[in-house]
Design a binder for this molecule. Structure first.
Ligand SMILES: Nc1ncnc2c1ncn2[C@@H]1O[C@H](COP(=O)(O)OP(=O)(O)OP(=O)(O)O)[C@@H](O)[C@H]1O
Length: 728
């Protein structure tokens, strides 16, 4: 080992803050603006033995101005004295980037490398946050991303055996616990944004509570927004709480006089008004989804450019979870310069989903526009379908949004709803994901972790008994759990896929149906929200024409397969994508997902194979494999012209976006969406006899409600018996 790497610091010895540089702006007494003594800092990076770069010093100077720096000593002392610690603070105080680095200072470099363990992990609810924060922290530590600092997210990671700090999604840590139940690789676990209460965070909390009892050397730091910190304190037996001040300047809140009829139009109008009338400063607009955000960015840019020299230039930046870290960096860039020397100031406008409420803090934002809506995932256990709805946000969410300004200067928040509506209509808080999600995959993970007594598992907020029962039932029908609720061999396999168990089942079945290559592509395409670009109304006809080129008359899954094949045949070419209105980034992402899923299949010894394209069973085999995963999401065309879902008997309609050229008697579907009616989306034509062939245990007529489909299935069963008798 490089002797320069040697450190005398052992775990939880508080490192003296006197580790700074003379290259900082130091006052005469050798201290920084915060009074730290910088005179005896080593000029060599203890992690890689290299001299620090100038960028390191520049960043360090900024870091020392973050509110959390004032509490470094207090934090390290509390961490030394306690097994669990709760940190609460407003967004932008430096928790995500600095706390893990403070913890690292307590780690002995030599033993870190000797034991080849990741010492510190910090979880994030969003993959984009994990990827981007790790890059930022690698820069702050003056090391290469993927070496000393890395990330691990679903289907992607960048780590090495040198990694000592890893940012990862909470779901990934949960998966790690499957193979390493006591998480021996970690010395300190930091659960960041715990207040978001993602499904995986909630399960992790329960799992970690158990691990902490068995591993007294493990430390846990839970980072939360101030209002929810008390709940974490209570959950962890009164663990100490450190409050970090965040917002330092007042924020004025404005409401509309009357409710807005069209929140999107109102948001764009408000952006333009602010840009025309308010002093310089960035604008953050909250909208609900990727397509809406892209449209809004387009419209804002157009409206501002129509105004010519009357206003300064704008840089409009989207922010949503499927961006790449490189694209995300734009949110931190400065506003555009004035067009001429004496021209009007430029402005940065970030248009984001609610991901910006907690996961990203952008310092130069002065104005927030909050239309009061967000896309929420809701699971209906009765019909076993998870859907996304645009719904009003909670008061807690509105508070977080207004908290995105005011840290570096005074700010303004424009709520596009009335004060009365804020007071009377918004519910106090957003319900944790565990109370509104399909928990089948979570139950599978818990079973794999050896947690059988789910009723008594220490959930912070236990899921509804109906949701739990539904999850157990679904897993039983899929063959992942036996009738006693124990994990089967297939369940073990399905738990290896970081995906909904229906997709896992489809992948496993696809090897038997000789079409796993195709099902891999379809599964990957299902993991991206929209593979087509949807520009404004003007181009709708051209987009529809382009889409028609990929259309497969038997359904949307096969159309997705056609899009993927065309993308590969055209050498993943970006300009081909834009000519055909195919979302290049989405396809690139899907391709990566496909690669990762293929690796899992190879590891599990599942055959990668295809039926010959000229064989007439090519598409039939694919449709059968789809049904093997989705046999619980089937609808039948009733004589009255609508569809009825199997067993639940819900009246549904084919979504107008479907690619079918006919109304099949039976269809499988991926989602149910409620707009003007209840629609089924992403549908494919299947045959009635396949239902009884592939899922006879589910289509057992003794347990089937009366409906037209039951009569048909009876006939199919009868015919099957007759054919069998004939062939005997
Ligand atoms: N990738 C990045 N590029 C530039 N600046 C960044 C980046 N990531 C974070 N920052 C800046 O670092 C500072 C600290 O951010 P940090 O995320 O640690 O705060 P936080 O208290 O954890 O806030 P949040 O709750 O929003 O995550 C902020 O000024 C932020 O703007």
């Amino acid at each position: 080992m490089d002797p320069k790497r040697k450190s005398k610091v052992s775990l939880f010895d508080v490192v003296d803050e006197a580790t700074f540089t003379t290259k900082l702006n130091i006052d005469d007494g050798g201290t920084t603006a915060h009074g730290f003594d910088c005179s005896n800092m080593s000029p060599v990076n203890r992690w890689n033995g290299c001299p620090y770069s100038q960028r390191y010093y520049d960043m360090l100077q900024k870091r020392t101005r973050l509110p959390v720096w004032h509490q470094k000593r207090e934090f390290l002392k509390a961490l030394k004295d306690n097994q669990v610690l709760i940190i609460a603070g407003e967004t932008g105080s430096g928790k995500t980037t600095q706390i893990p680095q403070f913890v690292l200072e307590t780690i002995d470099v030599e033993s870190a490398y000797k034991h080849k363990r990741f010492m510190v992990v910090c979880t994030q609810p969003h993959r984009l946050a994990a990827m981007s924060v790790s890059c930022r922290v690698a820069q702050e530590m003056d090391v290469t991303i993927g070496e000393e600092v890395g990330y691990s997210v679903r289907l992607d990671d960048l780590i090495s055996d040198k990694t000592v700090l890893m940012y990862l999604t909470d779901g990934m840590l949960l998966r790690e616990a499957i193979n390493d139940p006591l998480l021996w690789r970690y010395k300190v676990i930091i659960l960041d944004e715990a207040n978001e209460r993602s499904l995986a965070t909630d399960v992790l909390l329960g799992v970690l509570k158990g691990v902490l009892k068995k591993r007294h050397d493990l430390k846990l730091v839970v980072i939360s927004e101030t209002h929810k910190a008390k709940k974490f304190q209570n959950y962890f037996f009164g663990a100490p709480l450190i409050k970090v001040p965040g917002r330092l300047h007042p924020v004025e809140i404005f409401y509309t006089q009357e409710p807005e009829r069209d929140y999107l139009e109102a948001a764009i109008r408000t952006v333009v008004q602010i840009h025309m009338c308010e002093p310089p400063g960035g604008i953050l607009v909250f909208l609900t989804g990727e397509q809406e955000i892209e449209d809004a960015c387009h419209k804002i840019t157009k409206e501002v450019s129509n105004m010519g020299d009357e206003v300064g230039p704008v840089k409009v930046v989207p922010l949503y979870s499927t961006l790449t870290p490189l694209m995300l960096n734009k949110i931190y860039e400065p506003p555009p310069s004035p067009l001429t020397k004496d021209g009007l100031a430029g402005r940065k406008i970030v248009v984001s989903t609610n991901i910006a409420e907690t996961s990203f803090s952008i310092d130069d934002i002065v104005y927030v526009i909050d239309p009061g809506f967000a896309k929420q995932k809701v699971y209906n256990p009765r019909v076993r379908v998870e859907s996304s709805f645009v719904s009003p946000i909670s008061k807690a969410s509105a508070h977080l949004r207004s908290g995105c300004v005011g840290r570096t200067q005074r700010g303004k928040c424009f709520r596009l709803y009335t004060e009365k509506s804020f007071k009377n209509d918004l519910q106090p808080k957003t319900y944790p994901e565990i109370l509104r999600s399909n928990i089948a995959h979570t139950v599978l993970t818990l079973k794999k972790l050896g947690i059988d007594d789910l009723i008594h598992f220490d959930f912070m907020d236990p899921p509804a008994p109906e949701a739990l029962m539904r999850a157990l039932e679904v897993l039983n029908y899929l063959g992942a759990l036996d009738d006693n609720g124990n994990l089967t061999k297939l369940g073990e396999i399905l738990s290896e896929f970081p995906l909904d168990p229906h997709i896992g089942k489809m992948l496993v079945a696809s090897s038997k149906f000789n079409c796993s290559n195709e099902i891999l592509s379809i599964s990957a395409m299902l993991s991206v929200p929209n593979c087509f670009v949807q520009p404004g109304k003007a181009q709708k006809a051209s987009v529809d024409k382009a889409k028609a080129r990929f259309r497969h008359i038997d359904g949307d899954h096969l159309t997705l397969l056609n899009v993927y094949h065309a993308y590969k045949q055209n050498n993943e070419d970006e300009s081909w994508c834009s000519e055909n209105f195919v979302n290049y980034r989405a396809l690139k992402f899907a391709d990566n997902v496909r690669h990762q899923l293929a690796c899992i299949m190879i590891r599990l010894n599942l055959k990668l194979c295809s039926t010959d394209l000229n064989n007439r069973d090519y598409y039939t085999n694919i449709r059968k494999a789809l049904l093997a995963g989705y046999f619980m999401q089937v609808a039948h065309l009733e004589s009255k012209g609508h569809y009825l879902t199997m067993k639940d008997n819900l009246v549904v309609h084919l979504h107008p976006s479907n690619c079918l050229d006919h109304k099949p008697e039976w269809v499988i579907y991926n989602e149910c969406v409620l707009t003007s009616k209840l629609f089924i989306q992403t549908v494919t034509d299947v045959r009635g006899q396949w239902l009884v062939e592939i899922a006879p245990h589910y289509y057992d007529l003794d347990n089937f409600p009366q409906c037209e489909a039951k009569q048909l299935l009876k006939k199919i069963y009868k015919k099957k018996v007759e054919t069998r008798n004939k062939t005997r």
